[in-house]
Write a protein that binds this ligand. Structure first.
Ligand code: ZN
Length: 254
């Protein structure tokens, strides 16, 4: 159901097509009403599966309000819609709309503000070889494996040095400053915990302080970022969400 008519009209940023105001307002209303058929009809048909899992909303919604429409350089229009749940909590989704032959359709959706996902599998591997790295994150340090006798940096962690075959391995803390060796932007909610955090960017960061070894992590500020190979990044440690969980290493464009 719509919120009271006394609310402000939506803010319009840039040249927003007039018909899209009513379309986005109605979209918010059908989502809030739990009208799945009408919601799906607004989705771009070839992305329905992806869009269904891309955003996270509370179970019982009571109202919606279109806050803002923003014209974007790529011809899409972003709609920011706030949903209010039965318990009074509020959630804002940003849907991006595209004009197709059959009309305006949602081509992307996500929760805002953009937050990086916490991957459920974060933590030491079953064989425990990388446990000192994770313990390091708990201690606020980025630790990378290194052979004591020959000084070779090792990543991913190994039971022995691949160069000199020594078992005498150490875990020094390194400066988490590096450059992007490779990256990818994920739009698909491949697992449930990714819902609401799409899209996100994962970078493979090469660390000069660790002999050029490369560590994976989610880019903190990746939504909309123009990411390039060779860009400088810096590592930050996000605290664990609960005492039995593990902190995670994130990268940030520096
Ligand atoms: Zn060695």
């Amino acid at each position: 159901m719509p919120e009271p008519l006394t609310t402000e009209p939506p803010a319009l940023d840039g040249p927003v097509p007039a018909e899209l105001v009513a379309i986005a307002e109605r979209h918010g209303q059908v989502v809030a009403a739990g009208d799945h058929a009408a919601t799906l009809a607004d989705f771009r048909p070839d992305r329905t599966g992806q869009l269904l899992g891309s955003a996270r909303l509370p179970g019982r919604l009571v109202s919606s309000r279109l806050l803002r429409l923003r014209a974007e350089p790529d011809g899409l229009v972003a709609a920011f819609i706030r949903y209010t749940a039965a318990d009074g909590s509020q959630t804002v989704l940003r849907s991006r709309w595209i004009k197709l032959d059959q009309g305006w359709r949602v081509t992307q959706v996500r929760n805002v503000p953009d937050t990086p996902p916490v991957i459920a599998a974060a933590g030491p591997r079953d064989d425990g070889l990388d446990r000192p790295h994770w313990e390091g994150l708990r201690a606020g340090e980025v630790r990378v494996q290194r052979c004591a006798p020959c000084g070779h940096w090792i990543w991913a962690p190994q039971p022995l040095c691949p160069r000199c075959h020594s078992f005498d391995l150490t875990w020094p803390a390194v400066d988490p400053a590096g450059t992007i060796y490779s990256w990818t932007r994920t739009w698909q909610p491949f697992s449930p915990e990714l819902s609401g955090h799409l899209p996100f960017v994962v970078v493979l960061a090469e660390l000069p302080a660790a002999g050029g070894r490369r560590l994976l992590g989610v880019l903190r500020d990746g939504d909309g970022a123009d990411v390039r190979v060779g860009q400088a990044v810096r590592g930050f440690i996000d605290l664990a969400p609960s005492p039995d969980a593990w902190p995670v290493l994130r990268w940030s464009l520096s």
